[in-house]
Write a protein of this length. Structure first.
Ligand SMILES: Cc1ncc(C[n+]2csc(CCOP(=O)(O)OP(=O)(O)O)c2C)c(N)n1
Ligand SMILES: [Mg+2]
Lengths: 330, 354
């Protein structure tokens, strides 16, 4: 961003999201937060803890248990000059709010001939790994990606969580912001004050020459662990964190594949019609001549998320599965 | 596990037996006001005890890290699940919630299979795939606990429609909380159930909180008259004392009888309280520490036990023995669960489609 040394603070991913919201709320009084238990309780997963102390109940609004109203009212508020940050506890509850999100927020601008903007953020926790079972564990970024007019981001680190929430709040479009529940408590150094990570920009997390591994959200750490294990076997993997799902940074992926000629895509979501299929289609369509091997996906199987720890562990993609997939290509 | 069925053969709705005939002079009181036989009344107490012990064990297991994920327990609300389900037949339906263990036990669920499910075992109700929030038992008409608040509402109404379409006399009871009152689908299903005159009972457990959100702050209802909402759909409604198993039983029985008799849907709101947190581990920062004290004095289990004793339907020794039996049943359930194998991950992808 700037050339000056940036002052940083150690904080968790969840705190980084909160810090980013607070930075923006200080700057712009039209920004407010609305969701179940977001006040004193800090939201379903504690992300908004402390926010109400600074901004009060008018701008940190506890809602009734009414997801449809949480998202629906945000669309109207955004049309009428506010910048809502709506929270639903789990992305699984997208099932309840898809009309408000997909038919209203996403489409208004286009339908109305570009005459309106919907500057709203919808935050939700996503992902499995805490034994929360089938209705509290999904990774539904592909649902959002399939609706033109929505942006979707899924940060993997505290620093990106802060930079992307600020970018999302400043964006004049509806942005779905997915916070992986197993990442909420990881710590990192986060820049103080205004710090932006642009939406639509992937990041190369590790350089390598033999294979490109594309991942996002909680799978980035697994991809990096796999890359580390592969390095010990003499395989050099490049790891790209997509960070934003839509708009998809295809240039970053194609550039990497041009160097490595092999592509492994990792996501925690189920396989069929997951966003990995889109990544694969773009690379196959625009970079077939770059590829020396078939594109491989490492994903969850096409089932709901099971409860039992032994089943959930078997269900989830992990570093070992990624490593095996890479080795199958070499 | 025969003792785990809801009042066994005797719980047919409308199946209240004729007056017990006053063998003991004082036995007349509860028996007369309820029309229930002494063994049925005792069954209500035993079932509440079984639920309490199950939930206490769950909380212990969760704190010890042996139940994973999230678990919502029911201590304090036992009179609701038991009072309601004691009016139902095995073939009647219920839909349950995230706080569903008690509904399952009260409707005739098997605590062994439940405990195995909570521990994620292959022998559990859902083969370990569902966990605490997703227990179902089709053989008992239990159409599932639910992880989505309001998720059971549409299902209950569909089950009620099946009764009409298939020419059966079954009733569906839809359990939900005060928080769930604010889910949009409740409006839609209430209206459709009234329009189609469906045999469904919308059974609201008002424990004053949905997570940290109090009813006062989030429910637009004058004087806490949650049942008043039913008037908008011309649905009859009753509010009852959710700490009193008899009051719950009688209010629900009237609604169930109306539904079974072709009188359409009802609302029953049970005023109750959860003694503990929203889930095991909830710090309860949003509730005054002492707020629970008056409710604990109204604990449905010792209070109802006291009434049975006062009516000469039971002795203190019997009450103590029943409590010990409930503890034993839960200990056996835990042993069953612990001895059970984990699910085989190679079956992970089965059961996605019929
Ligand atoms: C649609 C939906 N929104 C939010 C949640 C998270 N959540 C689970 S239980 C609960 C509170 C429910 O309150 P209430 O209906 O009163 O039932 P109680 O917990 O008091 O039994 C919330 C907000 C959820 N599971 N589903
Ligand atoms: Mg409640």
């Amino acid at each position: 961003m700037t050339t000056q040394a940036i002052k940083t603070t150690t904080m968790t991913y969840g705190q980084a999201v909160c810090d980013g919201m607070a930075v923006e709320m200080r700057r712009d009084p039209t920004i407010y937060v609305a969701g179940e238990d977001v006040g004193m309780f800090g939201g379903g997963l504690g992300v908004t803890l402390g926010l109400i102390d600074e901004f009060g109940p008018k701008r940190v609004r506890n809602t009734p248990l009414s997801e449809t109203a949480i998202v629906g009212h945000a669309v109207g508020a955004a049309m009428a000059g506010l910048r809502p940050i709506a929270e639903i506890m789990f992305d699984d509850f997208l099932g309840i709010v898809l009309d408000e999100l997909g038919n209203q927020a996403a489409k208004a601008r286009y339908m109305f001939g570009g005459k309106v903007a919907i500057p709203m953020v919808l935050r939700a926790s996503c992902g499995a790994g805490i034994r929360a079972a089938a209705q509290h564990s999904q990774s539904l970024e592909a649902w959002c990606a399939h609706v033109p007019g929505l942006k979707t981001v899924a940060p993997s680190t505290p620093v990106d969580a802060k930079g992307l929430i600020i970018a999302a709040v400043r964006d004049d479009n509806p942005v779905v912001f997915l916070e992986h529940k197993t990442l909420l408590n990881i710590q990192g150094e986060v820049p103080e004050g205004e710090y932006i990570v642009p939406i639509g920009k992937a990041e190369v997390k590790r350089q390598g020459g033999d294979v490109t591994i594309v991942a996002w959200s909680a799978m980035v750490a697994q991809a990096l662990a796999a890359a580390e294990a592969l390095a010990a076997e003499g395989v050099s993997a490049e790891v790209i964190d997509l960070r934003t799902i839509v708009p998809f940074d295809k240039e970053a992926v194609l550039e990497s594949v041009a160097k490595t000629n092999r592509l492994v895509i990792v996501h925690e979501a189920v396989r069929t019609a997951g966003f990995g299929a889109e990544v694969a289609a773009v690379v196959a369509g625009e970079g077939l001549d770059l590829l020396d091997a078939p594109i491989v996906r490492v994903t969850a199987p096409d089932t709901p998320v099971p409860f039992s720890p032994v089943l959930e562990d078997a269900y989830l993609p992990n570093a070992d599965k990624i490593k095996a997939a890479v080795l199958s290509l070499l | 596990m025969a003792d785990q069925r809801p009042q066994g053969k005797t719980n047919a709705a409308g199946g209240r037996s004729p007056k017990a005939g006053g063998r003991k002079a004082k036995a007349a009181k509860l028996v007369e006001t309820t029309g229930l036989r002494p063994d049925e009344l005792i069954g209500l107490l035993q079932r509440m005890m079984l639920i309490r012990e199950f939930e206490e064990e769950c909380a212990r297991l969760y704190r010890a890290g042996r139940i994973r994920g999230v678990t919502h327990t029911y201590q304090g609300q036992e009179a609701v699940a038991v009072g309601v389900c004691s009016t139902l037949n095995v073939s009647d339906f219920i839909t349950s919630t995230h706080r569903g263990h008690a509904h399952v036990i009260a409707k005739g669920g098997d605590v062994n299979l439940m405990m195995a499910e909570l521990l994620g075992k292959a022998t559990g109700y859902c083969k370990g795939r569902g966990g605490s929030m997703h227990i179902a038992d089709m053989s008992q008409g239990i159409l599932g606990a639910n992880g989505i608040v309001g998720g059971g509402m549409g299902i209950a109404v569909g089950a009620a429609l099946s009764s009409k379409m298939l020419g059966r006399d079954t009733v569906a009871v839809c359990f939900f909380g005060d928080g769930a009152m604010n889910q949009g689908i409740l409006h839609e299903v209430s209206n459709i159930a009234a329009c189609w005159n469906l045999p469904v009972v919308f059974l609201c457990e008002n424990n004053f909180y949905g997570m940290s959100a109090s009813v006062e702050d989030t429910l637009a209802c004058k004087e806490m008259n949650l049942a008043g909402r039913a008037a908008a759909y011309d649905i009859p409604a009753a509010t009852c004392d959710g700490m009193d198993v008899i009051d719950v039983h009688l209010a629900t029985r009237a609604a169930v009888e109306r539904a079974r008799g072709g009188g359409g849907p009802s609302y029953v709101v049970c005023t109750t309280y959860r003694f503990l947190g929203h889930h095991v581990g909830d710090p309860l920062t949003y509730r005054d520490k002492s707020a629970v004290d008056p409710w604990r004095l109204r604990d449905p289990i010792p209070n109802f036990a006291g009434r049975l004793v006062a009516d000469n339907l039971a002795t203190r020794e019997q009450v103590d023995r029943w409590e010990a039996e409930a503890k034993d049943a839960i200990a056996r359930a835990l042993a069953f669960a612990e001895e059970s194998p984990d699910p085989d991950p190679s079956n992970l992808t089965e059961d996605v489609f019929a």
